[in-house]
Design a binder for this molecule. Structure first.
Ligand SMILES: [Zn+2]
Length: 293
């Protein structure tokens, strides 16, 4: 079975991106796995610190490993937005394939210093683990927000991207390129979409020569996502769209069966609702794009 690095490089050569979907329960994990399996494309499952605390670090690693082995399927596990070295070490030891080490809230130089130390320490535990670093501000919380803060001042510059990647030796970079965690209510309704700074992605790719992740992909204009892949994005994170589908599926199931108490008679509707989102996003990310570089 290929390692995550090989899968990402193969996707880059093909001009596609690998979908990353956050999960915090078995229904979500099942929906993500079934979708990727149906389309026969590799997939990354992500769990942030909060999601890991709820599901259990060792438990989520065991669940993903069991799917990977039983089906010989390229499903990988990422420790999303990890804010401390201790928490990153715990996930590395549990067998995660990659770690998003997110010190983007710190001043740039301090972020570089601590991220570099984390790369060295995590690779001494597992040389194959991929470490992703983050610079710029893409907000916090994959949930529904009342308004969009002005983030234009906090976008990543190509110079910062190059300096960060060269100094820290991260495998993957998460830049701020107009993306944002969470969604607005108008985005949930489909009235508004996020827009990306495609030229900036292009420049960051050229300057850093790094694999790039787009965080906060939920609610983004489809065509911007296509162009972002062409410009050099390799991984796209979707979380809030899944959470919305999870809730809508659950409300519909409870509404249709007001007296039902059997979980396995209610939860398939939730799985199906989440699956529709994952399938649509994976189809988009895996359309082959012509690279412009
Ligand atoms: Zn994120």
């Amino acid at each position: 079975m290929d390692q995550l690095w090989d899968v990402l490089k193969a996707a880059e050569t093909k001009g596609v991106a690998v979908g990353h979907f956050n999960i915090s329960d078995w229904v979500l994990l099942k929906a993500v796995f079934e979708s990727a399996n149906e389309l026969n494309v590799p997939v990354i499952v992500g769990a942030s610190e909060g999601e890991r605390t709820f599901l259990g670090v060792a438990q989520i690693a065991a669940l993903v490993k069991s799917l990977r082995e039983e089906h010989s399927f390229p499903i990988f596990l990422n420790a999303d937005h990890t804010h401390s070295l201790d928490s990153a070490i715990t996930a590395t030891k549990a067998g995660f394939d990659s770690i998003v080490f997110d010190l983007s809230a710190l001043p740039f130089e301090e972020n570089i210093k601590q991220t570099k130390q984390a790369v060295e320490s995590l690779k001494s535990i597992n040389p194959a683990i991929l470490v992703e670093g983050e610079i710029g501000d893409i907000g916090t919380g994959s949930e529904i927000h009342a308004s969009v803060p002005d983030r234009s001042k906090d976008l990543t510059t190509p110079q910062e991207a190059r300096q960060f990647v060269e100094s820290t030796r991260v495998d993957i970079l998460a830049p701020a390129v107009g993306n944002m965690h969470g969604m607005l209510q108008t985005m949930v309704q489909g009235d508004a979409r996020k827009r990306l700074d495609i030229d900036r992605i292009h420049e960051i790719k050229s300057a850093s020569r790094s694999l790039l992740t787009l965080h906060g992909g939920s609610g983004t204009e489809d065509n911007d996502l296509r162009k972002a892949i062409t410009a050099g994005i390799n991984i796209i994170h979707i979380n809030t769209e899944l959470r919305v589908a999870w809730r809508q599926g659950l409300e519909a199931a409870l509404g249709q069966k007001p007296h039902e108490v059997v979980p396995y008679k209610l939860l398939p509707a939730v799985e199906e609702s989440v699956k529709q989102v994952v399938l649509a996003r994976l189809r988009l990310f895996n359309q082959q794009q012509r690279r412009s570089q």
